[in-house]
Write a protein that binds this ligand. Structure first.
Ligand SMILES: Cc1ncc(COP(=O)(O)O)c(C=O)c1O
Length: 390
């Protein structure tokens, strides 16, 4: 399958990815023929239940966890909300520690629960490029522990705007030393790396199917074994009473298939994608010497490249120009489009023009060359110096 047939170049894969035709094939029988309710006891129901539990086992074996630790949800947003609700309501947390660069699906629930008298929260300090300062994390955990408060630590695995990655083993170790609960939003990494969740010191983790060529509206929450969690959605008791509502069997089958494909092809696809990212960085930084990377070229998420240009007459409307030339990129997360990026603000870079390029297995070097040529044309660079056009 090639997106090139549409004439558009899609470089916004951190927002969403195109559905893999193999995933669609796997889903179709469950949309068309196997329409049973997994809770029904007769044959239609049993078929649907089998598909659901087989998908759960597939995902569990890929993430190296037990099937009983996984709850299928409607996406990353629901999983993030549920993780925070579970930690506060069922696991005894009363203080939340989080960096200002989390996704809104974490920031807004934290803000919401912060309105309750019993829950407090504080921001974690950021180091260079937005990596969480682990010394500050330990200090704040120690202070809260002395006050008799159990903490929930929310730190995303990879930032969806900059691709900056968190050191989950190091954070988890610190969290455990202070008896805190550690939740990591892994929406940008599950499906992009072979993650053995079961051997990481993480208590709760979220994923979203549409970030790795699965269907939109499907997600996952991992709840470490032994944690006594309750539901966010109450009703018929599906998902072992953790999420009521008739299961979206086709979507769950699609999620599992997409993860299976992503892990099956990881060794083939990830070096290609890394190469495209380096190629784009090299080309653009040669083109405009004042370009800077928001994130980390070497250690950052290999599917995201966020570049800042100084704001000039030529760069100010670069996103619009790329769109007019059929190149789909964004200025930050899709959710913050139009309102300015809270991540760039937290990094002190809101006065620059940030462009997030994000890649998938279906991008080609021709896509990159075309994007570079459109940017070159837009900046009208003759001497490689953006300052000259200010
Ligand atoms: C890091 C992160 N968390 C959560 C979400 C929300 O996921 P969903 O779109 O599946 O609700 C996104 C989506 O952009 C994301 O990038």
């Amino acid at each position: 399958m090639t997106l090139a047939s549409t004439g558009r170049i899609y470089l916004d894969n951190a927002a969403t990815t195109a559905l893999d035709p193999e995933v669609l094939e796997a889903m179709l029988p469950h949309l068309r023929d196997h329409f049973g309710n997994p809770s029904s006891l007769y044959s239609y129901g049993r078929e649907a239940r089998l598909a659901l539990e087989t998908a759960r086992k597939t995902v569990a074996s890929l993430l190296r966890v037990r099937p009983s630790t996984l709850v299928f949800t409607s996406g990353g947003t629901e999983s993030d909300n549920m993780a925070i609700a579970v930690a506060l309501r069922d696991l005894g947390c009363t203080h939340i520690l989080y960096p200002p660069t989390e996704h809104h699906a974490v920031l807004h629930p934290v803000e919401y629960y912060g309105k309750c008298q019993t829950v407090t929260s504080s921001l974690l300090q950021l180091g260079p490029e937005g990596v969480v300062n682990l010394g500050d994390l330990a200090n704040q955990l120690s202070t809260q522990q002395a006050l008799g408060r159990k903490c929930l630590v929310c730190i995303m695995h990879a930032n969806n705007e900059t691709g900056v990655m968190a050191d989950l083993p190091a954070i988890g170790k610190i969290a455990r030393a202070y008896d805190a609960v550690f939740f990591s939003d892994c929406v940008q990494t599950i499906g992009h790396y072979p993650l053995a969740l079961g051997s990481l010191p993480v208590d709760l983790a979220s994923a979203s199917g549409h970030k790795f060529h699965g269907p939109r509206g499907t997600g996952l929450l991992y709840i470490r074994e032994g944690l006594n969690a309750g539901p966010l959605l109450h009703g018929g008791g599906q998902e072992r009473n953790l999420r009521s509502g008739t299961e979206n069997v086709a979507a769950v089958v699609g999620f599992a298939k997409a993860l299976e494909i992503a892990m099956r092809d990881y060794d083939r696809d990830s070096p290609r994608i890394r190469h495209l990212r380096f190629h784009l960085y090299r080309e653009i930084s040669q083109l405009a010497s004042e370009t800077r990377i928001n994130g980390d070229l070497i250690r950052g998420l290999y599917t995201v490249l966020n570049l800042s240009f100084p704001k000039t007459e030529r760069t100010a409307d670069i996103l619009l120009h790329l769109d007019q030339q059929s190149i789909c990129v964004s200025g930050g997360s899709a959710c913050s489009a139009g309102t300015g990026s809270h991540v760039m603000k937290a990094l002190g870079r809101s006065d620059e023009v940030a462009v997030r390029f994000s890649f998938s297995k279906w991008n080609t070097s021709e896509d990159i060359d075309r994007a570079v040529s459109v940017i070159r044309q837009k900046l009208d660079l003759r001497n490689g110096d953006l300052g000259a056009v200010r």
